[in-house]
Design a protein around this ligand. Structure first.
Ligand SMILES: Nc1nc2c(ncn2[C@@H]2O[C@H](COP(=O)(O)OP(=O)(O)O)[C@@H](O)[C@H]2O)c(=O)[nH]1
Ligand SMILES: [Mg+2]
Length: 301
């Protein structure tokens, strides 16, 4: 399956939801009037764009239709697609890996797909000929490092881990020394998402960041927040919290294959102005897609 076909297949449920909730856009004889805009706005909210983003998109469409004198549904649909692409365009969609090593700190709550996403990115990077090192910073359970180890074996990446319960910052320190010794291109750091309160989590992530900044002051760094696409608006709430505590630079939205709530991508980009850089549409290594706004919107309509 080609890239676009795969994305399209992965977004099937979201596309269906959007099609149902915005059916007013697919009937040729509907007037483009206030009722139409109300119905569209409601439809976009149902498709998980959230109230603010749905309102903004509808207002922009209204403006565009008026300004350009659009009068067919097809024209209105194309205008809406262009507006959504624009709302999804909030910065560079590729990870900045411009130095060797570059560091990607991967954060997010438990179960969203952090370890899996790291494994997939590792596989894609090693396939491109890069030397990758995985750091098992989730030390809560030995199983977390075991899971990362499986991805290391699958991708050919190296891994640094310690015993269960070890200080994550110390694992990161070890990982960086090892990366320096082995001329690694990309360090991917896994973290735990189960710290019992916000302050705790913030302290932990800050400690890791301090080590990274001290040991690799000139390295390209990304903080990649992983969000579970099936949680819809709750994902947006998580993103706001993590943005506040950890300075998120990139987002990966996983599990879009199992949900009709994919419209949340648009809400997140628009509300937080943080670029979505990956979307996950399955459990295999090649089910992680580099995000591209136009392709995403095309796959939705
Ligand atoms: N269907 C689907 N499952 C996914 C995707 N990404 C992760 N998962 C699954 O979600 C579960 C939790 O993933 P894991 O990486 O362990 O989450 P973590 O706790 O954040 O590290 C696993 O069963 C993964 O296989 C995705 O894009 N699609
Ligand atoms: Mg994990």
């Amino acid at each position: 399956m080609g890239f676009f076909e795969k994305l399209k297949a992965g977004l099937a449920k979201t596309r269906e939801a959007l099609l149902n909730s915005t059916s007013c856009m697919y009937t040729g004889d509907v007037e483009i009037d206030d009722d139409f805009y109300d119905e569209l706005e409601e439809g976009l909210i149902l498709a998980d764009l959230g109230m603010d983003t749905a309102l903004k998109a509808t207002d922009r469409l209204r403006e565009e239709v008026r300004k350009r004198g659009l009068n067919t549904m097809e024209e209105a649909r194309n205008a809406l697609k262009a507006i959504l692409v624009d709302m999804l365009t909030v910065g560079d969609t590729r990870l900045n890996l411009s130095t060797s090593p570059a560091v990607v700190l991967v954060i997010g709550v438990n179960g969203v797909g952090k370890t899996t996403t790291i494994g997939k990115i590792a596989k894609q990077l090693t396939d491109q000929g890069k030397k990758v090192l995985l750091v098992a910073g989730d030390t809560f359970r030995a199983a977390a490092a075991d899971q990362l180890e499986i991805w290391a074996a699958r991708s050919g990446a190296a891994i640094v881990r310690q015993h269960e319960g070890a200080d994550p910052a110390s694992v990161v320190f070890d990982g960086i020394q090892s990366a320096k010794a082995r001329d690694v291109d990309v360090i991917l750091i896994d973290t735990a998402g189960r710290l019992h309160n916000k302050q705790n989590l913030m302290n932990e992530l800050n400690k890791i960041s301090r080590i990274v900044n001290r040991e690799l002051p000139d390295a390209a760094k990304e903080t990649l927040l992983v969000l579970d696409g099936t949680t819809g608006q709750n994902g947006l709430t998580q993103a706001r919290q993590f943005k506040e505590i950890a300075g998120v630079t990139a987002i990966a939205l996983t599990k879009l294959d199992g949900t009709a709530k994919g419209g949340i991508v648009i809400a997140i980009s628009d509300a937080l102005q943080i670029p979505v850089k990956y979307v996950g549409v399955g459990e295999q290594a090649d089910d992680l897609m580099p995000f591209e706004a136009k392709g995403f919107v095309d796959a939705l309509f």
